[in-house]
Design a protein around this ligand. Structure first.
Ligand code: G
Ligand code: G
Ligand code: NA
Ligand code: MN
Length: 259
């Protein structure tokens, strides 16, 4: 693959950049933080999304240094948001972890170092992992995540509801947030909302809150969806209705507009 050859140099040449998409508290519309979404400004192909190069980075091992760069950069940005003081609440940042990062032996030590260097408390960071990355993981494989969770790092189960969703395994996982896949948000488009999707979301929210987990919904594109999901007790929302992924300066601009 022609993109594969360019990946290592791209990191050295500073061709990656991060867009941030706000995470909004549904009860009052306040911005609580943002998800970091990496992009590659390719010299020939233009801006490439993660779907176009993360799998390559995974299979070539470059995901470890790339993921380290994303974490460092996102932490630096969270520090900047907090220092600028333009946001009403201390901003948090969500960073995606891919499966090989979970197996990387220095994950815990490096994450602790990144937080310390940025002067951030562990609660300023949320690490997003997919259900599929955790399916079948035994206690030893979960230990790094559990260590980070015990320190106060928020661990989110990304794309929740699309994998096996063996609900009893939720109790074993060191996660504090469920990120509900956007397929559930779609049924909230009409009024009244799709009754089956309503029941499903109700059930997930009830289960999550029983287990002391917070629920974030993805792919919110309309005010109608936001209203339905707020009514169903979801805690946090993300989607085009609030903002598309964009440059970091926009985050506190939208925060100041939410009064
Ligand atoms: O919005 P977007 O097309 O950027 O996101 C597509 C997918 O890429 C999402 O599933 C997201 O979790 C993933 N992704 C975005 N940034 C990163 C990253 O820094 N590391 C990893 N592993 N995945 C990412
Ligand atoms: O897999 P993950 O959930 O991390 O990926 C987020 C992806 O969803 C990104 O590609 C992002 O650009 C996209 N996205 C974010 N908000 C919306 C939205 O409101 N609607 C749709 N269709 N996609 C969204
Ligand atoms: Na994600
Ligand atoms: Mn997600």
């Amino acid at each position: 693959h022609s993109l594969t050859n360019g990946l290592p140099a791209a990191l050295e040449n500073g061709e990656f950049f991060i867009e941030y998409q706000p995470l909004v508290r549904l009860t009052d519309g306040s911005v609580r933080g943002a998800e970091a979404l990496v992009r590659w400004l390719h010299p020939v192909h233009g801006v490439l999304g993660p779907d176009q190069f993360i799998p390559l980075a995974e299979s070539t091992g470059l995901i470890v240094p790339l993921g380290r760069w994303v974490l460092e950069e996102a932490a630096r940005q969270a520090r900047a948001w907090r220092s600028e003081g333009k946001c009403r609440a201390p901003m948090r940042v969500n960073v995606n972890l891919s499966p090989s990062q979970l197996r990387y032996p220095s994950l815990v030590a490096e994450t602790v170092a990144v937080l310390e260097n940025a002067g951030l408390p562990p609660s300023a960071l949320c690490l997003e992992v997919t259900e599929n990355a955790l399916i079948g993981a035994d206690e030893e494989e979960l230990r790094p995540l559990r260590q980070l969770a015990d320190m106060g790092v928020d661990i989110a189960l990304d794309d929740f509801g699309t994998g096996y969703s063996n609900l009893s395994y939720l109790r074993r996982l060191p996660v504090s947030t469920l990120k509900l896949d956007r397929s559930f948000t779609r049924g909230m488009q009409c009024s009244p909302a799709d009754p089956v999707d309503v029941k499903i979301v109700e059930g997930i929210v009830s289960l999550a809150h029983t287990l002391d987990l917070s629920v974030t919904v993805e792919g919110v594109e309309t005010g109608t969806q936001a209203e339905h999901l707020r009514g169903l007790g979801c805690d946090t929302a993300q989607g085009w209705y609030y903002a598309r992924p964009g440059p970091p300066e926009r985050l506190c601009a939208s925060a100041s507009a939410d009064a």
